[in-house]
Design a protein around this ligand. Structure first.
Ligand SMILES: [Zn+2]
Length: 259
């Protein structure tokens, strides 16, 4: 056996320190191999400057001054983006999703005995989800919404599964509905299918893909080429539906527990 020891010179010497400039805290990362001067702003609004070891503090200020306009624009862009992130306050005007539609919430106070959730189509043809609750706390409204989605899922998903299974000649033993953040559906060897009831945020078109996906697992308990060929046989445009499912997964976030 051959042993070799390689002694590497620490070429990538680096130092980090912070600076204060124009009311902003800036983290300066100096590395000996850096040639350029780079400014970065991350999602949590931390500003980092990357430069070579030799550059003076005065030069850093000069560079910041020169890139001032760009830097303020970048900060504003991140601030706007952070403000647009849904916070799920569960108040009137908040947007949730149901069967592929964006739905506005209308939260109203009512006696405990009369609590309910109703889907209403307003005069302009838009859907509104009216939540009547005795308590206007976010957690309570979310619980009422969860109850509503589960009740709707219990009405709709078994009918859809039976229709699709019959159409393609599949036989299943049982259907379970669960709320899980990790998966949209699963299929076990005893031919029982489990669907995530948060699927109700998607259109029937997308839900159909998840059902067909799970039914195809009755024939192939894996994600082999044969499995995907079978899915494609039933749904030639399955890739498009699968992409929507991945891209729009965040639309179900309001149904999961408030952190
Ligand atoms: Zn699968």
């Amino acid at each position: 056996m051959l042993f070799s020891f390689v002694f590497k010179k620490n070429k990538n010497k680096s130092t980090t320190h912070s600076l204060h400039w124009n009311d902003l805290d800036i983290l300066v990362v100096r590395k000996s191999h850096y040639r350029n001067f780079k400014i970065k702003v991350n999602e949590s609004m931390q500003i980092k400057v990357f430069c070579s070891i030799g550059i003076s503090e005065q030069d850093i200020f000069l560079q910041l001054e020169q890139h001032k306009e760009w830097l303020y624009k970048a900060i504003l862009k991140i601030q706007t983006h952070n403000n647009l992130k849904p916070k799920w306050n569960f108040q009137t005007g908040d947007c949730v999703y149901f069967l592929g539609h964006a739905v506005r919430l209308k939260v109203q106070h009512i006696a405990a005995s009369q609590q309910k959730v109703e889907m209403i189509k307003n005069v302009s043809g838009e859907y509104e989800l009216h939540v009547f609750s005795s308590d206007l706390k976010s957690k309570t409204i979310q619980k009422l919404l969860q109850k509503y989605y589960l009740s709707q899922a219990k009405l709709m998903l078994p009918i859809m599964v039976n229709r699709i299974a019959n159409k393609h000649g599949f036989k299943i033993n049982s259907l379970k509905l669960k709320l899980t953040k990790s998966r949209w559906g699963s299929c076990s060897v005893d031919a029982s299918i489990c669907l995530n009831w948060a699927l109700l945020v998607f259109s029937e078109h997308i839900i159909e893909y998840v059902i067909i996906h799970e039914l195809c697992h009755l024939k192939h308990m894996n994600h082999s080429a044969q499995f995907w060929n079978l899915v494609e046989e039933y749904l030639p445009d399955f890739k498009m539906r699968k992409n929507v499912l991945r891209k729009d997964a965040h639309k179900a976030n309001f149904l999961y527990a408030i952190k």
